[in-house]
Design a protein around this ligand. Structure first.
Ligand code: TRP
Length: 332
């Protein structure tokens, strides 16, 4: 049996943090064993915000290094840059002919961008979902691991696939959201406001690139309260979040002993944070060091990108040749 095809795009902007690690990367790592995975850095997508050309390569190499340091294995998955696969923009062009301006203008993420960057409402923003559909359909993928915020884009990819099939003949499978049995882990920001995110509160977010002392400082400043006032009290969400982080990085005994202290109302948050800080430092350090080492080795990163592109281009070429035949752009 051949393995099912999975595609996912990794944003090339921002530094990876614990929310990305436990929410996405860990799932990628589990998938790489059982699926035929195509994971790519979405560098073309990042151009919608006009990043400084001088920063682009460093951004791409950093996310690549951070993902590999976190456990993504380029020998098991095709790990590539979107811009190294010309079949993607080619399929994007074909899809654009069956996608309507009106449906793109209605997309909530587009409307958000119009509000957030009114001075730069470029066509790339409007057609973002079409490029994303091309990313997925280029490998005729069945499964796409994405967060809630991307589910609508995926639904559009399904619509476009269906529309293509109706017009030109059955060709693309309809890609589905990949869901994990265990609900995806959600990490809250350390200030208790929303989830740990790339851009918002930098001081309440732990990045995989944070130095030991930065991690300690951030954890010691995490939001707590006056502590439980009666036995077995329910925890506020920001305390639950600290326990979740402890569970993800400390030994079960450590977590159990702080849970018991909480239940008995004699927990000292200062002690718990000190412990969490040390466990977190031990957790992040090897990833940070590995990522830094990889980023220094551009020859290796280039080799990885090249091999990933070869795998991706092999699969893309088949799709493009099939799609061109169906559309009729096929003369030889
Ligand atoms: N839009 C996705 C995000 O913001 C990234 C992405 C681009 C993607 N192309 C994709 C994800 C294809 C899954 C499949 O996170």
């Amino acid at each position: 049996m051949s393995k099912e095809i999975v595609v996912s795009g990794i944003r090339s902007t921002g530094y990876l943090h614990l929310g990305n690690y436990f929410g996405a990367i860990q799932n990628y790592i589990k998938m790489q064993e059982d699926y035929n995975c195509y994971f790519f850095v979405a560098d073309y997508h990042s151009l919608t915000t006009h990043p400084n050309p001088k920063d682009l390569k460093a951004n791409v190499f950093r996310v690549l290094a951070e993902n590999i340091a976190s456990g993504l294995d380029p020998n098991k998955v095709a790990l590539y840059a979107q811009s190294d696969v010309p079949g993607i923009p080619e399929l994007f062009l074909l899809l654009n002919m069956i996608v309507y301006k009106g449906e793109l203008e209605k997309v909530p993420t587009f409307k958000d961008k119009v509000r957030l960057q009114p001075d730069n409402v470029n066509a790339g923003l409007l057609t973002y979902p079409v490029l994303m559909a091309a990313d997925i359909l280029i490998h005729r993928a069945l499964k796409v691991p994405v967060g809630k915020d991307q589910e609508q884009h995926l639904e559009m990819a399904r619509n476009f696939a269906q529309r293509f099939n109706n017009r030109y003949g059955e060709f693309f499978p309809e890609p589905q959201v990949f869901r994990f049995n265990n609900d995806t882990v959600k990490i809250m920001s350390l200030d208790g406001i929303g989830k740990m995110s790339k851009s918002e509160n930098v001081n309440a977010t732990i990045y995989l690139s944070d130095e030991d002392d930065v991690i300690r400082k951030k954890i010691m400043k995490a939001k707590t309260d006056g502590g439980p006032t009666e036995p077995n009290m329910e925890m506020p969400d920001f305390i639950q979040n600290l326990f979740l982080l402890l569970e993800l990085t400390a030994t079960p005994e450590t977590t159990a002993s702080f849970r018991a202290a909480y239940a008995n109302c004699n927990i000292r948050y200062g002690d718990m944070k000190k412990q969490l800080a040390e466990d977190m430092v031990n957790f992040v350090r090897p990833i940070r060091e590995k990522a830094a080492e990889l980023q220094k080795d551009e020859t290796l990163l280039r080799k990885i990108l090249k091999e990933g592109a070869e795998k991706a281009n092999e699969s893309a070429a088949k799709t493009i040749s099939g799609a061109r035949k169906l559309v009729g752009v096929d003369y030889y």
